[in-house]
Write a protein that binds this ligand. Structure first.
Ligand SMILES: O=C(O)CCC(=O)C(=O)O
Length: 293
């Protein structure tokens, strides 16, 4: 892992903001060149899928199993400007349990009912089957925004700041804003905000934060990558075809792509299971991991 990561450690102010609000915005997390490479990689994949007939250019398209398709995607696993904030919050026994990319073309004439998703917390049944209150965090995601969504109406990611500690669905609705016009006016729940950010911004969020996607009424296509990190004893969320990458990536990336010496090592890891821990000791000292142990 790149030692420049040490210039981007989680600050106490960032920790406090994340703990209290359930999200954190880091501007310029990706350089213009990185945004361009990731956008090219996404466009190439999209083109391939269009050619295969599985989607069309003007339809929203999302895909989860993309990590092995381009090294630009792999480089985000331990991105120097963002990854230290993940282990700063979650500790070292973590991996990438889920990643998805999303393309949202303009839908200026969106039919009522299209475009809004149910407001949700991530991880579905986890929110039903865990009975303690408030439910635990267990995972968090980074959204890397590659398009300029600095104004609302561009398919912005919507969040309700501070809602991660509330187990109740916002308002008494199972769905919010199915009609995009109403969604934009009065059906957005109290306290909800569109995340308005420039390309290259990383938005971290606690999986419990109530969030939603929204319709894109602009003329640009919104492109975003989501990387979700969880404890190693949680299962991957989607098919992630990554084992063939193990031989050409470094040990920390192998950990992040789910490698384990033995299954129990996900619960009671040895040093071989968690090279991230060794790296932290070597670069930050024993006290850095003592605080996480
Ligand atoms: O695409 C978006 O803006 C929302 C993504 C989302 O809901 C999720 O990652 O769980």
């Amino acid at each position: 892992m790149n030692r420049d990561t040490l210039f981007h450690l989680l600050t106490e102010e960032q920790r406090q903001h994340f703990e209290e609000q359930g999200y954190l915005v880091v501007e310029n997390a990706l350089s213009e060149d990185t945004v361009a490479s990731l956008t090219d990689a996404i466009d190439r994949l999209h083109e391939k899928v269009i050619e295969s007939g599985k989607t069309t250019p003007n339809k929203p398209w999302g895909w989860a199993n993309f990590l092995g398709e381009d090294d630009a995607f792999l480089d985000l696993l331990d991105c120097e400007t963002t990854f230290p904030k993940i282990w700063g919050i979650m500790g070292w026994n973590i991996f990438l349990y889920h990643a998805h990319l999303h393309i949202k073309p303009p839908s200026l004439d969106t039919e009522p009912g299209a475009g809004w998703l149910e407001w949700h917390q991530d991880s579905a049944r986890m929110n039903v089957e865990i009975k303690t209150r408030p439910r635990p965090r267990l995972s968090m995601k980074i959204g890397y925004f590659l398009t300029d969504i600095s104004e609302p109406g561009r398919g912005n990611f919507y969040i309700i700041p501070g809602s991660h500690l509330s187990d109740e669905r916002p308002q008494a609705l199972s769905e919010v804003g199915r009609n995009p016009r109403e969604g934009i006016s009065n059906q957005v729940p109290d306290g909800a905000i569109p995340v308005c950010v420039k390309p290259g911004t990383a938005v971290f969020f606690d999986r419990r934060l109530w969030h939603s996607r929204s319709p894109n009424h602009s003329e640009m296509t919104r492109k975003v990558l989501f990387y979700g990190y969880a404890y190693r004893w949680i299962r991957p969320k989607d098919n992630m075809t990554v084992e063939h990458l193990y031989e050409r990536i470094d040990p920390i990336r192998r950990q992040l792509l789910g490698a384990a010496v033995r299954n129990d090592g996900r619960f009671a890891p040895t040093d071989d299971d968690v090279p991230l821990r060794t790296w932290l000791i070597e670069n930050l000292g024993e006290q850095a991991v003592a605080a996480m142990d």
